[in-house]
Write a protein that binds this ligand. Sequence first.
Ligand SMILES: Nc1ncnc2c1ncn2[C@@H]1O[C@H](COP(=O)(O)OP(=O)(O)O)[C@@H](O)[C@H]1O
Ligand SMILES: [Mg+2]
Ligand SMILES: [Zn+2]
Length: 511
Amino acid sequence: MVSEINSLGIFGIDAFMVKVESDISPGLPVFDVVGLPDVAVKESRNRVRSAINNSGFNFPVGKITINLAPADIRKEGAIYDLPILLSILISSGQIRSNVSSSAFLGELSLSGELCKINGVLPMAIEAKNKGIKNLYVPKENALEAAIVGGINVFGVDTVRDLYLHLTNEKLLTSTTSKQNISLDEDDDPLDFSQVRGQYRVKRALEIVAAGGHNILLIGPPGSGKSMLAKRLPSILPSMTREESIETTKIYSVLGKVSNNNCLIVKRPFRAPHHTVSPVGLSGGGSIPKPGEVTLAHNGVLFLDEFPEFTHASLEVLRQPIEDEVVTISRARGTVTYPCSIILVAAMNPCPCGYFGDEKRTCICSQRAVSNYLSKISGPLLDRIDMHVDVPAVSFYDLNSDDEEEKSEYIKQRVEKARKIQTERYKNQRFNCNAKITPEALHKICDLSCNAEKLLEKAFHKMDLSARAYDKILKISRTIADLDSSECVEVNHVAEALQYRSLDKKYWRHRE
Ligand SMILES: Nc1ncnc2c1ncn2[C@@H]1O[C@H](COP(=O)(O)OP(=O)(O)O)[C@@H](O)[C@H]1O
Ligand SMILES: [Mg+2]
Ligand SMILES: [Zn+2]
């Protein structure tokens, strides 16, 4: 007899339906799995055999063939243990139950317990989209699956429990999502009020958050670059539910969500070390995995010690940052991972760290400084709108009793500016100022007469490139939005010009 069980598989961060068919026919005992299974799926045979015997059933004698359909996509991991076991028990008449509107996922231990698997969230989403009514998953994955809503999720402990449920002897209760419970509250949240002084940098980061711009922070060691960067997520707009689910899917596929932290509601902050490999940054590998840039999706990617990253690493980031997706081509198809991020890079101004510092003298030669700066020029720097100097914090600021502004107030201004952009760009392909396309730029960044005069003067005086000019327009637009101003005025442009520190530095060097 042939039986058919619904299951699912993962491709990239999305899922697809899989049918697990089993056929038991008389003959010499063989147990075959066909339909592009990987090694882990093949090993499933041993686990399923033991789990059947140890759960009080009989492993059927004869020729057993398992087919995983569709046959043209490789099936990975151990998630097919449970559907394979179930299809054998149904084929051999040991369980009688109609499971056509149910789907099953789970790895088995030899004794018949279900073990946690990866990628349950995208699979639950797909199951719901395909009209599956009941989804059976390992108990440890149940809350993660229940986030989706609109599908009955059953967390299963053992094969025996599932048997009792399917035969109506002892029903399992379905899991309901706890998504409204606040998740993973920090005891000590990072807040801008912890940073003393540095008003100019804080203001720059407010503009970053408001317009979705990328930024480079330049300053001596200990000036607070890392401290400031880590607090950027605290002023970014709250995540929408769609953003939360998108980001959680990525962590789900990597097995990085747990039952008590199953929906990511805080924007991610990723800070890979500069020794990270290009694949570690962008994603890839023989079995493709998302990289750091995708783990930062809807959040912040922080590249500290920016010039220390290898050329190859920075090169692989260029396209993903531009396109907001990473595309990985393999013989069996193309995987795409989302990566909509804000890039924050940080660096010292020179090899010794103190070029331009007020107190300590830089010991680097002019040439060493230029070489150091030239390491970061190139394609990725072109994707960074703002460069800002972070001077060492003064004793006066460190010692002051003044109350510093809390992140929640800055965030309110950011959200207001974002709302203006969402409204303005509702019919566009982009949603924030940083992503305005070159064709739309001049129409959207409508300069007042005086603003235009100032920009023209600066263009000649600072010897700006066309690219720098475009970026100043975008930053000015964001500053105007923070100011709730329809038109970009002269003060907005004047402020924007301050966030192009490297343009000025190059200019200084040439003199
Ligand atoms: N503006 C500031 N207000 C309060 N503490 C600061 C400030 N700047 C630096 N610090 C302190 O100095 C430490 C080092 O700062 P850090 O962010 O690591 O500097 P950088 O990354 O620029 O080398 C921080 O952990 C913090 O304790
Ligand atoms: Mg640092
Ligand atoms: Zn130096």
